[in-house]
Design a protein around this ligand. Structure first.
Ligand SMILES: [Zn+2]
Length: 749
């Protein structure tokens, strides 16, 4: 059996480091090479992380730049700790391993030549403990650690680096790292060194270790060294050269599964060492919501970092989703505040080799917006620009981050363990990411982002929860679920949703939702045929321009658009037919050819529940076009599905002011206002003009039945405001919101 051969080989290969033992690999099956479905169970090991971890005010010390690289003469742990204290942080993320090790490691990891008898980790641990700070370490997993010139000087690292077909070291160039060499993450030597460093880090008085970056395939790739050739052959029975054929899906699926099983074993192994030493484990999870990633990755550590997004609506979607992934198992979701990138992509190169910009970026209101957005999601901000403050460079101050951490301390009782209060919840589908297995491409993430933006603009309270966390119990608390181009659905997820609609749920599905199974294969009719009353006749038709939706019937799911109305449609279209008692509310009509292309909107009732299906993606169009009728049609559909119950809050403010409603453990409500106004000159980078104060923002929050409002507090500006009660809502007017405000409804019985 191939998997057993893999394990046997791995264990033999890893026996070199003493007491280290790999745990058994859970999940996956090399025999079928199919995507695994629901079971994500990662066995508990009895370890309990410290209670402060989920609300850590962490500050990130970067180890690829001064004061530790290329020279470390400037390093002073006391000065570093003082910066963390001045920021109001309580936790330091310290990097003892970059291109060099800054402590005397036995792992063969290259030690900084200037280290001498120093041990920067020991110095920093002492300084943190003296100051009462928590400290955890950054460690590498699969990302570059060597530079090209190292190999000439240090032939002992020859088996640490990834090899191309020609046997030459592979250079990481897709992120502009210049001459950084890719690590051989599927071989044995580099993995063994990382394991050794984890064991070593645990001998220090640290609180935990963070790993960067499992499932980060932009850092790694296919290694053609002799070890990897042999191991892949033993695992899969295939020759690794098959991977040169980009159409060879069978080999690709086997390779990612092979990598995933190694990652799973590595992460469980790290966890065993760390938890066995009483220390927590965190890992990067930014790139993990993609089809090739280890699906259960976020279940293994005690917390994870959600990758930041520049645009606020995208940050909200990622952050809410990360918090939803962390919540059931009480983990820490963490998100950057600040940036280490001068630009993202499509910009002239700023440095060669590429370097982190942790010393050259100055903070402004953008950092405030990022920090408050992170908190609004229920995620903890991680400040990144410590290295600049260490040197006191530039005119940018630390005030934005200081304010975020100061507010975070005050808001802890109502924010920690709070939950979003959704009117509608977007469910991104893991199975939709698996279309690559059949050579297809899906747009579930982008469409979900477009829908998120439409709901933020319409002030319909929103949450985001991935399909991997959808359970019957979770569904009981949901009113409306939106599946936006959720191409792939497992049979289990489809059944859960169908049962939930039958009991009274409201389901919105768009475009190719449910057309494919978890292996990316077409599922005739679609996974939700019965509940939606929609039979999908085939894959998406060719996109056409000038397509409009002609309303055939006046129906509450279409809101203000009555029979005969024509609304801006979408050129994408799935060929569908209404079945059972479902009704076609609109068709897709081409203005140029005058052709009716097929049903555009279909409503159905199923048991006690309601469904709306849209055969294109108005939400994808909305991201770029901001077409009003798209937003209104989507809103009308959601409100109809919710049974016309009143929304949890409304806002009187210009578009761009977003609201996120949260319920505290004591049942108080907080409405997080993010005044993301200002001209956005570019959709990447920090090109926004000044955030302007938005005057007279009118906020109405629905008071839960049986509760009364004792007071309304503006948490950020530390004042109480008068409120009135109108139609079940508590209404306040906020004189001005600049960047953010937190409206706290103190409730009593
Ligand atoms: Zn290799």
């Amino acid at each position: 059996m191939k998997r057993r051969a893999f394990l046997k080989n791995t264990l033999a290969g890893m026996s070199a480091f003493g007491a280290w033992r790999f745990p058994a690999v859970a999940g996956g099956s090399a025999a079928t090479l199919s995507a695994s479905t629901r079971d994500l169970t990662v066995p508990a090991d009895g370890y309990e992380p410290p209670s402060w971890l989920r609300y850590a005010r962490a500050v990130y010390f970067e180890g690829h730049t001064p004061p530790v690289y290329p020279h470390l003469g400037d390093f002073d742990a006391g000065r570093l700790v003082k910066v963390v204290q001045d920021l109001g942080g309580d936790t330091l993320r310290f990097q003892p391993l970059g291109f060099r090790a800054y402590y005397p490691t036995q792992s063969k990891y290259p030690i900084h030549p200037e280290l001498g008898s120093r041990d920067l980790l020991a110095e920093t641990v002492r300084a943190c403990r003296k100051a009462g700070l928590h400290i955890y370490c950054y460690a590498k997993y699969g990302n570059p650690c060597l530079q090209a010139s190292d190999l000439d000087k240090h032939p002992e690292y020859a088996d640490w680096v990834m090899r191309g077909l020609d046997g030459k070291p592979s250079v990481l160039d897709d992120l502009g790292w210049g001459a950084s060499l890719k690590a051989d993450a599927t071989g044995d030597a580099f993995r063994r060194a990382i394991h050794q460093t984890v064991i070593e880090l645990c001998t220090y008085d640290i609180d935990g270790v963070y790993f960067d970056a499992p499932s980060g395939f932009s850092y790694t790739g296919i290694c053609y060294c002799n070890t990897c050739r042999r191991k892949f052959k033993e695992y899969s029975g295939m020759d690794i050269d098959r991977l040169q054929n980009s159409a060879d899906r069978e080999a690709q699926i086997a390779w990612y599964q092979w990598f995933g099983e190694m990652e799973l074993a590595d992460l469980l192994g790290f966890r065993k060492v760390l938890h066995g030493s009483g220390k927590f484990m965190l890992c990067h999870n930014g790139g993990t919501w993609h089809g090739q990633a280890l699906r259960e990755q976020y279940r293994i550590p005690d917390g994870f970092m959600v990758e930041h997004q520049v645009q606020v609506y995208r940050r909200l979607m990622a952050g809410l989703m990360g918090a939803a992934m962390a919540r059931p198992t009480q983990k820490l979701p963490q998100m950057y505040m600040g940036s280490y990138c001068l630009s993202d992509f499509d910009q002239p190169p700023h440095s060669h080799p590429w370097s982190l910009e942790s010393t050259s970026e100055e903070d402004g209101d953008e950092v405030l917006m990022e920090g408050f957005t992170d908190l609004a999601c229920g995620a903890a901000p991680l400040y990144v620009n410590l290295n600049r403050l260490y040197y006191g460079l530039g005119s940018g101050s630390a005030r934005p981050a200081q304010e975020v951490y100061e507010v975070m301390r005050r808001v802890e009782p109502i924010l920690k363990d709070s939950v979003a209060v959704p009117y509608v919840t977007v469910v991104p589908s893991w199975e939709a990411l698996q279309l690559w297995r059949s050579g297809r491409r899906g747009w579930n993430v982008e469409m979900s982002e477009g829908f998120t933006l439409a709901m933020l603009d319409e002030r319909l309270s929103l949450d985001v929860c991935p399909s991997t966390e959808v359970t019957a119990k979770w569904l009981e608390g949901q009113r409306v679920i939106a599946l936006c181009g959720a191409s792939g659905l497992s049979s289990d997820t489809a059944r859960l949703l169908t049962d939930w609609v039958e009991r009274g749920g409201g389901l919105l599905a768009t475009y190719d939702t449910g057309l494919y199974d978890e292996n990316g294969q077409v599922r005739p009719g679609g996974a939700l045929r019965e509940v939606l009353g929609v039979d999908i006749k085939g894959e998406a038709l060719d996109t056409q321009p000038e397509c409009y939706y002609r309303v055939k019937e006046t129906h509450p799911a279409l809101g203000e658009y009555h029979s005969g109305a024509v609304v801006i449609g979408d050129g994408r279209l799935l060929p569908v037919e209404a079945v059972g008692g479902a009704r076609v509310l609109a068709d897709c009509w081409n203005l140029g050819t005058k052709e009716s292309r097929g049903p555009a909107m279909v409503v159905n009732t199923y048991g006690k529940g309601r469904t709306v299906y849209i055969s294109g993606s108005l939400e994808a169009h909305y991201t770029s076009s901001r077409v009003l009728s798209h937003r209104r049609v989507l809103t009308a559909a959601v409100r109809y599905l919710a049974g016309e119950v009143p929304p949890p809050f409304t806002l009187g403010a210009p578009r761009g002011v977003y609201g996120v409603l949260r319920r505290a453990p004591n049942a108080d409500l907080t409405l997080w206002l993010l005044a993301n106004v200002g001209f956005k000159d570019a959709d990447i980078g920090r090109m926004r003009q000044e955030f302007m104060p938005v005057p007279n923002v009118e906020v109405s929050v629905l008071v839960p039945q049986g509760r009364r409002v004792k007071a309304v507090h503006l948490v950020r500006s530390r004042r109480e405001v008068p409120f009135t009660l109108t139609g079940g809502y508590a209404v306040v007017t906020i004189p001005a919101v600049h960047v953010a405000e937190i409206v706290h409804l103190e409730l009593g019985s």
